[in-house]
Design a protein around this ligand. Structure first.
Ligand code: HEM
Length: 391
């Protein structure tokens, strides 16, 4: 299908019965330069669809992540992206050099080595979620009971949320990161979580533990107010993204069972599903040329990560699930200085989640025709609202 320039609204290319990424992306990648499109709010933006161009945008010094700049693309209804003025510590919205202070303080927490040390704790979290599922009977919602609870428990462990508070913290967090929650429910949950995090930070100031919050307090690299923004960012950034990947990946593996048990699936599932398609939003702060197209200062840019990861120029037969390919150059985690801080953690979470799930429940199957599953056509992230399974 051919679509006219100006009629492309990236958020609305998804729809019931349509595959994700939207098939229109293939046509948009063929166009010269970039694609002029508009947001649901009517504001014009540049869409970036090719792998090479997405990487160029995400590394350009003339392009900013700061939503305070005139022309920054604010997605639909809610406004969506806070700036670091609104939420101190929300460093994904900062540019260099300010961004570097936070990034430097956090990098040691997410190295391959540190994440390797966390494997037993992550395994325990995965087992605990499966124990709870098995205890309930022979059916479950794999999104609520597994895909969301694993990242939720992992992030609580990392932040040092005491065991006794886990259920409270997890239930509030779940409201916060679930798209179907109402604004009122989300505001209330957000208030509770922030109040909780502030209390936790105060306690750790007096009685440090072996956790990320205590180490960041000791590092004196940021104010306590910034620390609560950082903790909130980690909580939100790592939650639904990971949950959507775990759930969609489970569907793909159940449809391709010959790959179950092969850890190479993780990288390919990240590429194939690219759930954070419209997350790395940017604005030009100086005139800049990308992909042969002049972007003027003040113009908004939407790099489409899922389109880049399905670009035939970077991945042969991109729609095919082929874990034997080398997919490491995918941009599912973004690229450049803001590249996902949690990526090593995600890889281990996915690896242990799949390995343990299919080991412990070998008869697991989806309890609904695939085409009737409630896919998320309405949110910034792609994924599943629910995944009914039985065994
Ligand atoms: C499959 C799961 C995930 C996906 C697909 C994902 C995707 C992304 C993407 C695309 C970005 C770049 C944003 C930009 O350039 O503006 C990003 C940044 C970020 N992610 Fe993730 N993410 C995932 C999981 C996590 C987890 C588990 C954590 C933490 C525990 C996390 C923490 C962050 C943070 C803090 C940033 C901002 C980094 C910075 O600005 O320097 N993410 N993520």
């Amino acid at each position: 299908m051919s679509i006219a320039e100006e009629d492309v609204i990236p958020f609305l290319l998804r729809g019931p019965g349509k595959p994700f990424p939207p098939p229109e992306y293939a046509e948009l990648r063929q166009r010269e330069g970039l694609v002029r499109a508009k947001l649901p709010t009517g504001v014009p933006v540049w869409l970036v669809t090719r792998h090479e161009d997405v990487r160029a945008v995400l590394t350009s010094p003339h392009i900013s992540s700061n939503p305070n700049h005139e022309g920054f693309p604010r997605p639909a209804k809610t406004g969506g992206v806070p700036s670091a003025d609104e939420v101190p510590g929300w460093f994904v919205s900062l540019d260099s050099p300010e961004h570097g202070r936070f990034r430097k303080a956090l990098i040691p927490e997410f190295t391959v080595r540190r994440v390797r040390e966390m494997r037993p704790a992550i395994q325990a979290v995965v087992d605990r979620s499966i124990d709870a599922m098995l205890a309930k009977g022979n059916t479950a919602d794999l999104v609520a009971d597994f895909a969301l609870s694993v990242p939720s428990l992992v992030i609580s462990t990392l932040l040092g949320v005491p065991n006794a508070d886990r259920d409270f913290f997890e239930s509030k967090t779940r409201v916060l990161v679930t798209i179907s929650s109402t604004d009122a429910e989300r505001d209330k949950a957000s208030e509770h979580v922030l109040r909780y995090l502030n209390r936790l930070i105060t306690i750790r100031t007096k009685r440090p533990g072996d956790d990320l919050i205590s180490r960041l307090i000791a590092s004196e690299t940021m104010s306590l107010q910034e620390l609560s923004g950082v903790a909130m960012l980690l909580l939100i950034a790592g939650h639904e993204t990971t949950a959507n990947n775990i759930a969609l990946g489970a569907v793909t593996l159940l449809m391709n069972p010959q790959w179950i048990g092969d850890d190479r699936v993780v990288e390919e599932l990240l590429r194939l599903h690219s759930v954070a398609d419209i997350v790395a939003l940017r604005v030009a702060v100086e005139d800049v040329e990308i992909g042969g197209q002049l972007i003027k200062a003040g113009e908004g840019i939407v790099p489409l990560v899922a389109s880049a990861n399905h670009d035939e120029a970077a991945f042969g037969c991109p729609a095919q699930f082929d874990p034997s390919r080398s997919a490491r150059h995918h941009v599912a985690f973004g690229y450049g200085v803001h590249q996902c801080l949690g990526q090593n953690l995600v890889r281990v979470e996915m690896e242990l989640a799949y390995r343990t799930l299919f080991d412990r429940i070998p008869t697991l199957e989806i309890a609904q025709p695939i085409e009737e599953l409630p896919f998320k056509y309405d949110g910034v992230l792609f994924g599943l609202h629910a995944l009914p399974v039985r065994w």
